[in-house]
Design a protein around this ligand. Structure first.
Ligand code: BDR
Ligand code: CA
Length: 334
């Protein structure tokens, strides 16, 4: 049985890879893609999600635009990391009206067949509605603004979240926005905190401790170049900028692809090990956005999260490449 999931994202280079993976994985049925502001402003994220769906021949998937700003602070994008267009400055042509069957800016009536409160972003309305009707899982690979808004709007939807996997945060590893904070939680710490404190099921936190181990190496990129496959060509094209950024910023060859691990771990939880623990997020001061993981139980609070600490990276890479390219995926890893 396929697992029905909502993917909440801010595409973004690694989000795009995660979407490609989720749309290829036989284990998943993506019921909707919701876009949040983060790496890029929301409208740009929606356009990029459309580009990925077109590439994958999946224009049947509804895409909903979400929050245009974090809960209570201005948006700081990561266009330095992902490029001004969010796809490594590849400027891939926009999806035309003919290529996209849904209404362009308001898909809620066309794709989801529902009408909502006019103040709510479409994505938040969709998440609230979908989770009021059935049990679903959510894989969140951007800031948690849409999810926090949905929980605030309809707190009871928490009961229908089967699994909640969030790429974000860091435990023992250092941050990528400050010495202590990771981007998704740093952009909207109030939302991240709200979700940790109000989600019924544990937040399965796929943080930098594990995602830093997921590196698309120059050898893999060369392998992808040789496949002669439009999906492989797309990956090579959009990661070029990301690779340059990683070289300059972190001194590494290749690029860290954080978000696909959230999908891989959702499909196969054996890929990672973690601890069940109480976690919250700092919202103020120098350490804003930091995940505080009460590993030693100082606060005697019930565990609200599973914080991942270890990952079998080679196994993840095999899983990822074979979902996208079948048996030809092995050649990329040789
Ligand atoms: C996270 O931040 C974004 O730039 C990536 O898409 C990923 O979700 C990593 O910190
Ligand atoms: Ca992301």
């Amino acid at each position: 049985m396929k697992k029905r999931v909502i993917i909440d994202c801010d595409p973004g280079i690694d989000d795009s890879l995660a979407l490609m993976y989720a749309l290829s994985a036989p284990e998943l049925e993506v019921v909707g893609i919701t876009v949040v502001c983060g790496n890029v402003p929301t409208d740009m994220g929606v356009e990029n999600a459309r580009r990925v769906c077109r590439l994958m021949g999946r224009q049947d998937i509804p895409i909903y635009a979400g929050a245009g700003a974090p809960l209570s602070r201005p948006l700081v994008t990561a266009q330095d990391t992902h490029g001004m267009d969010g796809l490594g400055e590849t400027h891939i042509p926009e999806v035309t009206e003919e290529e996209w069957p849904h209404t362009r800016f308001s898909e809620k009536t066309e794709a989801g067949g529902f009408h909502v409160h006019s103040d709510l972003p479409d994505a938040v309305a969709f998440i609230s509605k979908a989770l009021s009707e059935e049990k679903l899982s959510v894989i969140a690979i951007g800031p948690l603004t849409n999810i926090a808004m949905a929980l605030q709007y309809k707190p009871q939807i928490g009961e229908n979240v089967e699994r909640f996997v969030s790429m974000g945060g860091n435990f023992k590893s250092f941050g990528n926005c400050s010495p202590v904070a990771e981007f998704n939680y740093w952009v909207d710490p109030e939302a991240a905190r709200y979700v940790f404190e109000h989600m019924e099921c544990p937040v399965e936190m796929v943080g930098l401790d594990v995602t830093r181990r997921i590196v698309l190496t120059p050898e893999m990129i060369r392998g992808l170049e040789q496949l002669g496959d439009p999906k492989a060509d797309f990956i090579v094209k959009i990661t070029r900028f990301y690779v340059d950024f990683h070289k300059k910023q972190e001194g590494i060859d290749g690029c860290v692809i954080n978000d696909p691990l959230a999908v891989g771990y959702f499909i196969n939880s054996d890929l990672c090990k973690g601890i069940d623990v109480y976690t919250t997020v700092e919202t103020k001061g120098l350490s804003v956005g930091q995940t505080i993981v009460d590993e030693k139980g100082f606060w005697k609070k019930k565990a609200n999260s599973r914080v991942l600490t270890r990952v079998d990276s080679p196994r993840f890479m095999r899983q990822f490449m074979s979902a996208l390219f079948g048996s030809r995926g092995e050649a990329v890893l040789r």
